[in-house]
Design a protein around this ligand. Structure first.
Ligand SMILES: [Zn+2]
Length: 277
């Protein structure tokens, strides 16, 4: 396991502190004034840095979590994948409209204007211009909800016969399909596979027909009986409270393709192993 720590110090980080901390860790260290991020460090390195900082002054830990390294992930068969760590919202990849019937790519029948859930994509997205910078990316994840892949990455996935996936075109305003980028979509949505015993329902949840759940960050539990029905790419019927659309469960086979293509778990894409209970 590796560890990631975010903290806010009640003192300013000096050059000497930076030097000392760098000597203590093998991972990544970044800071701005009094805000510190340690990532890819061992548990022990984390403890050492924290005790060192305690000798200097007060600080508040805003995030402290452990995550699996690639080799450790390979011991699991399926993964909950929420997509890119920092979705690229630099451009409006998708011309998104929440207003009723504002976007012809969606069916608004079950849409709830209060919680903004229930949109169902029924036809390809019409995207605003793809700058070369974004079009060149293998994987981008607008709104943490939609997966957009480059044509090369799509071909890789097709060569490996990944099940449960289809690729939809992305259109421009003239209705012409992009040759460089496609939407990667699950072919079906699975109901009753998430074990709701372990799920906390949000207090602010809306009473509409759309089902929102709060999925814990670290563990996702699915029913044991569901394992046999999982494909390489799956969408769960339930939604995370912070997400507009599906929660994706991917197989080890698909995860390996991501890793081979240089898309790194934790750093580029958020991956949590699935437990079957
Ligand atoms: Zn609602």
């Amino acid at each position: 396991m590796k560890r990631e720590i975010f903290l806010t110090a009640r003192f300013e980080i000096s050059k000497e502190m930076v030097k000392n901390i760098k000597k203590m860790i093998s991972g990544k260290f970044s800071y701005a004034k009094s805000f510190v991020i340690l990532n890819g460090i061992t548990n022990e390195e984390g403890d050492n840095v924290l005790s060192y900082l305690r000798t200097i002054g007060d600080f508040e830990i805003t995030n402290d979590f452990k995550y699996y390294e690639d080799e450790e992930l390979m011991e699991f068969d399926f993964f909950y994948c929420t997509g890119q760590i920092k979705p690229d919202t630099g451009i409006r990849f998708i011309d998104f409209e929440f207003e009723m019937n504002g976007n012809a790519s969606f069916d608004y029948t079950n849409y709830c204007p209060k919680c903004k859930e229930g949109l169902k994509q029924i036809s390809p997205f019409v995207v605003k211009g793809l700058s070369k910078k974004y079009a060149a990316k293998k994987f981008v994840n607008p709104f943490w909800a939609y997966w957009i892949v480059s044509s090369e990455f799509m071909e890789k996935i097709q060569q490996h016969n990944i099940s449960g996936v289809e690729f939809w075109e992305l259109l421009n305003y003239k209705g012409e399909a992009s040759k460089t980028n496609f939407q990667m979509k699950p072919t079906r949505i699975l109901q009753n596979v998430l074990d709701l015993k372990y799920i906390k329902f949000s207090d602010e949840d809306c009473n509409c027909i759309n089902h929102r759940v709060c999925i814990p960050d670290t563990t996702v539990r699915l029913h044991k009986e569901a394992e046999a029905s999982l494909l390489d790419f799956n969408e769960l019927y339930e939604h995370n409270s912070s997400k507009l659309t599906g929660m994706y469960i991917i197989s080890k086979k698909l995860l390996k393709i991501f890793i081979e293509e240089g898309i790194r778990p934790h750093w580029d894409i958020d991956i949590d192993p699935v437990e079957f209970v």
